[in-house]
Design a protein around this ligand. Structure first.
Ligand SMILES: [Zn+2]
Length: 343
């Protein structure tokens, strides 16, 4: 049907008839999941932060912060890169902000560097946040995977670092577990990309953001953890809804006990030679999934991380999370699943 219409439109042009009808009938087939990456498409990552960019950005932010940002290494990756993190603020509640545990999920790194930059500034907003929170920022949890542009580790067994907080097969997992234990964060936020954008269930709306309030079944959480997760989720969703047409959906209900966030909530596991944490300090741990790489929309994709992240930091700092109205959570839609272009 599309082809027949296109041919008749072309015939109309050739015949010198009015071209005003051509754009409508000559449009490519509507593709609510697209634009879709093609198998042979070469995705340029030149504009996306790589490991060296992270090293340079952290160095600059630390040097110009007047002593309010400290950059350290939690250990080294399988290929020997430093597992860099920044600490900003000295408030009583610790907030863990991590990006790019999956190396090929690109834009979260730049987004958290922007958030860190803002928290390091001399503005009253930044000063207030630093007085109330200690924020641990991990711009690139998986630098080897990021440089190779793959999801997992680059070791031959290709371990998914977000499924390794039970086995601790990778040294990245050991290093960041120890950092988690030592910093004892009350809140944790983990930034991801989902596959190319689906639609919000039952609609034609392009779903650009999924909220992950539960990496494990809520029955495994304490009541307070589940309440805090939903509050963090709705602060994020409400911030995005005031930003524009993002068409938020819930991430599918999962129960993945070996993910980093899951074990921050559950405790109970530890790398060899370490004692498991039996009383987890983490009271809220959620994740974001932003739609996948779009080279002409890097800034927009960064916004989809930066805006809700900033809102959750503010709510954690102000104490608002404890009483936030999260009654809208249950009614949030899911998204349709399927391959890009097939929906
Ligand atoms: Zn991911």
């Amino acid at each position: 049907m599309q082809r027949a219409l296109a041919l008749s439109a072309a015939a109309a042009v050739l015949a010198g008839l009015s071209t005003t009808v051509v754009p409508a009938v000559a449009d490519p087939p509507h593709n609510p999941g697209g634009p879709c990456l093609q198998d042979n498409q070469n995705v340029s990552r030149a504009s996306v932060a790589g490991y060296d960019d992270v090293v340079q950005a952290l160095d600059r932010i630390e040097r110009t912060s007047g002593g309010v940002v400290e950059v350290d290494s939690a250990g080294t990756s399988g290929e020997g890169r430093d597992l860099l993190y920044a600490t900003v603020g000295d408030g009583p509640a610790t907030f863990w902000l991590q990006a790019r545990i999956h190396g090929n999920e690109l834009h979260s790194t730049e987004a958290v560097l922007q958030v860190l930059d803002r928290m390091a500034s001399t503005s009253p907003w930044a000063q207030n946040l630093r007085d109330r929170l200690t924020v641990v920022v991990i711009p690139m949890y998986n630098p080897d995977g990021a440089e190779a542009n793959i999801r997992q580790s680059t070791t031959p067994n290709r371990i998914d670092l977000n499924r390794d907080w039970e086995n601790f097969a990778q040294q990245e997992s050991v290093a960041f577990w120890k950092l988690w234990r030592n910093t004892a964060p009350t809140y944790a936020l983990d930034l991801h990309h989902m596959s190319e954008a689906p639609r919000v269930e039952g609609t034609d709306d392009l779903n650009q953001f999924q909220i992950g309030a539960r990496s494990i079944d809520p029955a495994r959480m304490t009541e307070q953890q589940w309440a805090t997760n939903r509050a963090m989720a709705m602060v994020s969703v409400d911030a995005l809804e005031s930003f524009g047409p993002v068409n938020v959906a819930k991430y599918p209900d999962i129960d993945i006990t070996n993910a980093a966030l899951s074990r921050m909530l559950l405790g109970g596991t530890a790398p060899a030679g370490e004692q498991p944490v039996t009383d987890p300090p983490t009271q809220g741990a959620i994740f974001y999934e932003v739609r996948s790489v779009g080279q002409k929309s890097n800034g927009q994709l960064e916004n989809l991380f930066r805006i809700p992240t900033t809102a959750v930091l503010e709510a954690a700092a102000s104490g608002q999370l404890a009483s936030y109205d999260s009654s809208g959570y249950a009614a949030l839609p899911f998204a349709d699943s399927g391959q890009c272009g097939e929906m």
